[in-house]
Design a protein around this ligand. Structure first.
Ligand code: ADP
Ligand code: MG
Length: 243
């Protein structure tokens, strides 16, 4: 399998804290990879730097065979890289349907137009149907449960038809039924050819779904292997016990 995303030598410090330290890894096309590691090991920072929400101090990134010199969230979204956030980000005052429509890459001026193009609206409605949120389409997103907001954020990034989706703790704070729902949606998109990189604490979820598993510790990868191999790797156990 070839690499869809390659990062090398990523470094990012916050004051005296080195959140990423010469961090490099690859995300194989057509896989569901996990990015795990103790709290504070740099997983979210890796996502932020890769998707252009924070600038790296140094390092390089290539996506779909192109070197991305200055990652920018909108541009990367247009190239096919999407993400969700550890704390789900939705527009609480907008309707659930509007939230999904806004997931489509569009020039900012389009946001000022009142009318949503019919094709976008239909696509958003299909996604809401698929994600079991159709009954909430016209309600403000603020009325959704936490788990439903996670699903809404997932549905909305799909509007951009991404090739790679980075999910930051998709099951955190959601009930077991919703965890299964999330897993089903990931599997379905995976079957359709979407590649995933998932930050996740719930190890049973990782073991069921992800291969390979990349383990970060103090901002750098210490292992990248099949889930069972990672589970038995003494360096990984040490990293978690030293947390
Ligand atoms: P993880 O997602 O693996 O739990 P993070 O990437 O959130 O870890 O954080 C890595 C380290 O960087 C932690 O020590 C955290 O406190 C620090 N950090 C992350 N973001 C910031 C920030 N915006 N300002 C200062 N320190 C930060
Ligand atoms: Mg995090």
């Amino acid at each position: 399998m070839s690499a869809l995303l390659t990062v090398a030598g990523l470094t990012k410090s916050f004051g005296g804290v080195r959140a990423l330290d010469d961090c490099g890894f690859e995300v194989a096309e057509g896989a569901v990879s996990a990015l795990i590691g103790p709290n504070g090991s740099g997983k979210t920072t890796a996502f932020n730097v890769i998707t252009g929400y924070q600038a790296a101090d140094s390092g390089s990134l290539s996506f779909r065979g192109r070197v991305v010199r200055r990652p920018d969230p909108c541009r990367l979204q247009r190239l096919g890289l999407a993400r969700t956030f550890q704390q789900p980000r939705v527009f609480p005052g907008l309707s659930v349907l509007e939230n999904v429509v806004l997931g489509r890459p569009q020039p900012w001026r389009a946001l000022l137009r009142r009318r949503v193009p019919g094709a976008d609206r239909r696509r958003a409605e299909e996604l809401l149907e698929e994600f079991g949120l159709a009954a909430h389409a016209e309600r403000p997103a603020a009325r959704l449960s936490y788990g439903q907001r996670r699903l809404l954020e997932f549905a909305s990034v799909l509007m951009a038809d991404p090739a790679l989706i980075l999910l930051d703790e998709p099951t955190a704070g959601v009930n077991p039924v919703m965890v299964e729902t999330m897993e089903r949606h990931i599997r379905r998109r995976y079957d359709e050819g979407v590649t995933f990189l998932i930050v996740e604490h719930e190890m049973r979820f990782v073991m069921r779904l992800c291969d390979p598993v990349i383990v970060l510790d103090h901002g750098r990868p210490i292992a990248c292997a099949a889930p069972t191999a990672v589970q038995n790797d003494p360096r990984v156990l040490d990293a978690y016990l030293g947390e």
